[in-house]
Write a protein that binds this ligand. Sequence first.
Ligand SMILES: NC(=O)c1ccc[n+]([C@@H]2O[C@H](COP(=O)([O-])OP(=O)(O)OC[C@H]3O[C@@H](n4cnc5c(N)ncnc54)[C@H](OP(=O)(O)O)[C@@H]3O)[C@@H](O)[C@H]2O)c1
Length: 259
Amino acid sequence: MELTNNTILITGGTSGFGYEFASRLIDMGNTVIITGRDQAKLDLTKKKLPLVHTFQSDVSDPIAIKQLYADVTTQFPSLNIIINNAGEMRKINLQDESIDLDNIVREIGINLSGPIRMVQTFLPHLKTKSSAAIINVTSGLSLTPFPIAPVYGATKAGLRSYTKSLRVQLKNTNVKVFELVAPGANTPLNDQFAGEVDSKSFMEPDKLIDVAIKGIMKDKFEIYPGLARIMYILSRLAPGIIFGQLSKITEKSLAQTNS
Ligand SMILES: NC(=O)c1ccc[n+]([C@@H]2O[C@H](COP(=O)([O-])OP(=O)(O)OC[C@H]3O[C@@H](n4cnc5c(N)ncnc54)[C@H](OP(=O)(O)O)[C@@H]3O)[C@@H](O)[C@H]2O)c1
């Protein structure tokens, strides 16, 4: 897919992968629109990337998605690509009885219902374009659970499944469906794991997005940068190995919390 002269909406573009996508895609000659919940972070991003367009919008809020659709398609009728990137990952101790039910499902609203609602809302518009794409950001943790973040893993496995189905259903349209299966990377999302997860293996977001952009340009519909490729192979050949390692990290972390 050509990655110049497009109009691209990225959810969660104020840090990490979303920011890198925005920066690279602007440099490549695209019109880029980003969202986020925090207006201060959007303003800061606008200072760093003066050509970016910003909208404050929470992807877990269906009314905000409707408003975003109305605003973006009115101001940018040429919109032809959406990148469902916004996401949250939390450590959750499932034995902690103080976590209320709305809180425990929060990542589902952001990471899974959010992209599904975005696609359902924007798809009729994308289908009017001669060339369009939906890029969903999943994770190596869609391939194997990481028990310390049980709801996160469930959302990413769910998003991966949904993305595969979406690709089949849109096969005869002009809308291409990509999945970026991202490995662990140095972004604020992982701050909570400092000292617990070995960050030496983490990828730098600029390198990861470089691989993603090259993959999209070559129409690779499932993109596995860095360690995600190894996770994919291991998850097929020896799923117990990787799950065992991630379980050990979880047991250690929970033991520290409980001691
Ligand atoms: N970093 C990794 O190791 C890693 C690995 C695999 C996959 N991923 C996935 O990659 C994506 C990007 O993660 P990242 O590491 O770049 O995270 P990040 O640096 O924490 O950035 C997350 C972005 O999403 C926005 N966001 C969060 N919740 C939102 C909501 N409800 N509505 C709208 N925007 C929201 C944040 O802005 P506000 O807080 O202002 O809303 C921020 O711009 C996520 O889907 C994540 O699951 C990350």
